[in-house]
Design a protein around this ligand. Structure first.
Ligand SMILES: Nc1ncnc2c1ncn2[C@@H]1O[C@H](COP(=O)(O)OP(=O)(O)OP(=O)(O)O)[C@@H](O)[C@H]1O
Ligand SMILES: [Mg+2]
Ligand SMILES: [Zn+2]
Length: 571
């Protein structure tokens, strides 16, 4: 490709609303343009990177026996009704009505359609199957943000495994785990596989692939020592025991104006945060519920959902608290509450001589023995782990890391196959419901994650495996015929050697060409200039390190290809 034919609308400045590096640089370097919030055009360079990411994913899916298919993006409502997700997907699903009045939806994911297709598998001899597609997904995200990282329309590689038994599902899951590890390595992403919440999908095992980046929206904890890693939505840590002083009869006392854990701790010597009970009132699927944690611990709402099985949880409004308990937030407690579910975090088990709200404004109880004084309906893990807490495996401090979720693999089990009566005959002629796994990688999000991971102050810095072009040949000193000739020859030779090369044939100053090529992030630059040619040499510059070496013209093409091959092999 000649630069003069290429559409690369670079910008001197990124629009102010672009906060994260990948968003800024993909805009500035002319890879993407926003049409409207959450919907981006992939310009030629952007599409090339997107295609390369998709091809890596394809190769690794094929390598584990995946078969590519393509399912419709638009689905009839009944398919989602049959699985129960027409309602549960809520506002995240785009819905529309066709001219005949039929309700349809834009697919957020394709478990239903797959379970339907799999009805044509009849015998145990026809499984296992792994089916995958790279298809556009539509999600009406509440907050599209950060360029390609969170959009409303994106290409996802989604695959689905179909097996007759749990052992088969385990195998398919492990195959995907391996494939995802290779996929992210090949695109230069240091993805960490973490235990994840199974969320609203149900199912038994769920692993997310997380790329450390401040541009992400997920937090994980990781133990640098034993390798434990989990999304904070699921992570556990050891809680150091607290020595409660003995004694302590239940006693109500006045706490005028005190409404927070910190204020109570400041005012009452015997009530440091770890000796208080934090009482939160939630509405879980419509049921007002008390949620208790140690005063200095934070609630994980995802754990609350996962460990109760509730579909929705929201904090109760002040009026709902007053109606249920007779007091305002800040004075609430569970002592004596018997008509509402009370969920307590495990870190409170066995604790005594604690302080908590008395359900009378401006009063608290001291001397609370949780097992004696509070009717706990269920002990659950509800607490969000914090940075530096001890690993349950080895005791070393856990590290909290902000990450981008680039992939998710998931054992679904039989839920969808049951909904669609997707059964096969086993060896004894008995109908058995298939068990499924579902596995996703966002292609555009992976592109953005690579950009987040590989850039510097001069621009993007693509790993060779996903770069829009691998090499740029740059003739300098415009009208020198030998320079042009050598550059053209190198361009042809490199193409002949299977290198993706761009010839910067623009009539522009070298500085302009160099900075554009650096901004766009081409891994290698070959500079052809009169001074080097006088010695029979051209310059080879590596984008990532900035290192330049002189290469004999005659060997240049072969050396550049070798450098490209070495860069690919290093991934
Ligand atoms: N709004 C989005 N924009 C871009 N990529 C997305 C988006 N939502 C999901 N993905 C990608 O699709 C993959 C599989 O989808 P999945 O349903 O597991 O995501 P998710 O759990 O909803 O992600 P998130 O928690 O970030 O919303 C994700 O790992 C991610 O790479
Ligand atoms: Mg989501
Ligand atoms: Zn550990």
């Amino acid at each position: 490709m000649r630069w003069s034919n290429l559409f690369v609308p670079t910008l001197r400045e990124a629009p102010a609303e672009a906060e994260v590096a990948s968003h800024r640089l993909l805009l500035r370097a002319g890879f993407i343009r926003q049409l409207h919030s959450g919907h981006y055009s992939l310009l030629p360079l952007g599409l090339r990177v997107h295609d390369k990411v998709a091809d890596i994913v394809r190769e690794e899916m094929d390598a584990i026996g995946g078969q590519e298919l393509l399912l419709p993006a638009m689905h009839p409502a009944w398919v989602w009704e049959q699985s129960g997700r027409w309602t549960s997907m809520g506002e995240e699903m785009f819905r529309l009505t066709d001219r005949k009045g039929a309700e349809v939806a834009l697919g957020m994911t394709h478990e239903e359609v797959i379970a339907l297709c799999a009805r044509e598998i009849h015998s145990y001899r026809e499984v296992p199957q792994i089916w995958y597609q790279i298809q556009w997904k539509f999600r009406d995200e509440p907050r599209p943000k950060s360029g390609l990282l969170r959009v409303r329309e994106f290409a996802m590689k989604d695959s689905y495994s179909l097996d007759i038994d749990d052992a088969g599902l385990d195998r398919a899951f492990d195959l995907h785990h391996g494939a995802y590890t290779r996929i992210f390595e090949r695109m230069g992403l240091p993805a960490i596989a973490v235990e994840a919440s199974s969320g609203a999908m149900g199912g038994s095992a769920s692993v997310e692939f997380m790329v450390p980046s401040d541009a992400g929206e997920d937090d994980i904890v990781r133990c640098g020592n034993c390798g434990y890693a989990a999304n904070v939505e699921r992570a556990v840590a050891t809680v150091a025991p607290v020595d409660d002083p003995p004694g302590g009869a239940l006693e109500r006392f006045a706490t005028p104006g005190i409404r927070t854990i910190a204020a109570l701790a400041a005012a009452v010597a015997e009530a440091p945060p770890e000796r208080q009970i934090k009482t939160m009132v939630f509405v879980l699927d419509g049921q007002v519920t008390l949620v208790l944690l140690r005063g200095d611990h934070a609630l994980s709402v995802q754990k609350l959902l996962d460990n109760t099985g509730a579909a929705t949880a929201r904090p109760a409004a002040a009026e709902e608290c007053a109606a249920a308990l007779g007091a305002s937030p800040g004075s609430l407690g569970a002592v004596g509450v018997s008509d509402l579910p009370v969920l307590a975090d495990g870190a409170l088990a066995g604790r005594s001589n604690l302080t908590t709200g008395a359900n009378v404004d401006d009063f608290h109880f001291r001397g609370v023995d949780i097992e004696r004084d509070i009717h706990v309906s269920a002990w659950l893990d509800l607490r969000q782990v914090g940075h530096g807490e001890p690993c349950t495996g080895c005791g070393r401090p856990l590290e909290l890391l902000r990450c981008i979720e680039t992939g998710h693999i998931f054992k679904l089990g039989r839920r969808y196959a049951e909904a669609f009566e997707t059964t096969v005959m086993d060896a004894d002629g008995v109908a058995r419901t298939l068990t499924m796994g579902s596995y996703g990688i966002g292609i555009g999000r992976a592109v953005a994650a690579v950009a987040e991971t590989h850039h510097d102050e001069r621009g993007l810095c693509w790993p060779a495996s996903v770069a829009p072009y691998e090499v740029a040949v740059v003739p300098i000193a415009g009208r020198d015929e030998t320079v042009t000739e050598v550059a053209e020859r190198l361009y042809d030779e490199l193409r002949g050697l299977g290198v993706e090369v761009i010839l910067d044939d623009r009539d522009a100053r070298p500085g302009v060409k160099f900075s554009d090529i650096e901004l766009v992030g081409i891994p290698f630059r070959v500079t052809v200039g009169p001074r080097g040619l006088a010695n029979g040499e051209v310059e080879l510059t590596e984008r990532a390190s900035g290192e330049t070496t002189n290469v004999a013209v005659a060997e240049a093409a072969a050396e550049v290809r070798a450098a490209r091959d070495a860069a690919l092999a290093a991934l």
